[in-house]
Design a protein around this ligand. Structure first.
Ligand SMILES: NC(=O)c1ccc[n+]([C@@H]2O[C@H](COP(=O)([O-])OP(=O)(O)OC[C@H]3O[C@@H](n4cnc5c(N)ncnc54)[C@H](O)[C@@H]3O)[C@@H](O)[C@H]2O)c1
Length: 338
């Protein structure tokens, strides 16, 4: 098969990373880039003179493309992706897939009807450290999973169009759903609006999964430290994935509490705390964005369904919708019906 002809819509902060990645991959050719802002396009032609540019993404439809990547603000994902699918293009959309679950459902149906790939850029599902963590969970190395905790904190980047929940939490929600291979039954969220009234910049989300597994997510644009950490606590071991570490991304702690079967006699009931070794597995790390983009191309070439397909994107949007409802409703626990 000839190289897959790709168009990229949106070249603000994140778009240039996708442009670079698709240029570097042997299976694709970046034909045209669209952005509403001229100055962003000028930067692209300066770096890549062969790429065509336009301020109207519908010009991409004249270029005999195979696929597009939508890297615009989330409020525009639905309408742009819909237009692209209607024009027969395989479509990869940055996270979150859409801002409404009904919109995500519509895109899924449209892609199916047109026999096109619809993929969402859940980058952590293409991250070797997250794969290693999932392996530990799936093989039972951590034992029965008690709870998970995820934190994504930094100072900035503030958004004026959507809150921190929709900006950062898609990453954590996609990681947690992927790790557990389960969908939550309920979600609640609290948060605060410190800098811009009406836009939550700090949020705490609680999710309840089947088997009473609890998960907690803390996302913030207003924190002194850069934190990107997922902790999984099991009955046998505990694991921490620290994305800020360059090499030792995963640490497995042989820590826990051993206790005898419950005995109704205080004197005989004793815990023993286990402080065992810390194991740092060697992870063969490849750039997650490269793995993600290659996967999109492979799915097109081999006519297979993307791992982060439209349905996976929809699941995350449904959790976000419920969390948003709770956020503005004093943390009311929202049940999720799948
Ligand atoms: N996977 C990741 O780690 C990651 C990181 C950052 C951002 N993102 C996602 O990427 C997307 C873009 O985020 P960003 O930070 O680059 O935003 P941004 O605001 O920096 O860039 C968006 C660009 O889209 C352009 N645009 C808007 N509407 C357009 C239209 N109709 N046609 C053409 N161009 C249009 C804007 O002019 C802007 O240059 C978001 O969905 C965001 O969630 C993902």
């Amino acid at each position: 098969m000839e190289r897959i002809r790709v168009g990229i819509i949106g070249c603000g902060y994140w778009g240039p990373n996708l442009i670079r990645t698709f240029i570097d991959l042997n299976d694709s050719e970046v034909v045209m880039v669209a952005d509403l802002k001229k100055e962003r396009l000028v930067k692209i032609v300066n770096n890549y003179p062969k790429i065509l540019i336009t301020d109207n993404f519908r010009d991409l439809f004249e270029q005999k493309l195979d696929a597009v990547v939508v890297v615009t603000p989330p409020s525009s994902h639905y309408s742009i992706a819909k237009d692209c699918l209607e024009h027969g293009l395989h479509t990869m959309v940055e996270k979150p897939l859409t801002l409404k679950s009904t919109h995500a459902e519509e895109l899924i149906q449209l892609a199916e009807k047109k026999d096109l790939k619809l993929m969402v850029g859940h980058i952590f599902e293409y991250n070797a450290a997250v794969h290693a963590l999932k392996d530990l969970v799936d093989k039972g190395d951590l034992g029965q999973i008690y709870y998970l905790d995820s934190a994504r904190l930094n100072l900035g980047l503030f958004s004026r169009d959507l809150n921190v929940l929709w900006d950062l939490a898609p990453h954590d929600i996609s990681i947690l759903l992927y790790l557990l291979g389960k969908l939550p039954v309920a979600v609640s969220a609290h948060g605060t609006q410190c800098v811009f009234p009406g836009i939550h910049d700090v949020a705490y989300i609680n999710m309840i999964f089947p088997d009473n597994i609890m998960a907690h997510i803390h996302v913030s644009w207003l924190d002194p430290c850069k934190v990107r950490r997922v902790t999984v606590v099991g009955s046998k071991k505990m694991a921490v994935y620290n994305d800020v570490e360059s090499l030792e991304k995963i640490k497995i702690y042989d820590k826990g509490i051993d206790h005898p079967e419950y005995i109704n006699n205080y004197g005989e009931f004793q815990f023993s705390y286990r402080y065992g070794d810390i194991l740092i597995p060697n992870i063969r790390f490849t750039e997650p964005l490269k793995t993600e983009c290659q996967h999109f191309l492979d799915c097109i070439k081999h006519n297979t369904k993307p791992c982060s397909c439209g349905e996976v994107g929809l699941n995350v949007v449904k959790v976000l919708e419920a969390a948003q409802k709770s956020l503005v409703n004093s943390g009311h626990m929202e049940e999720l019906n799948w």
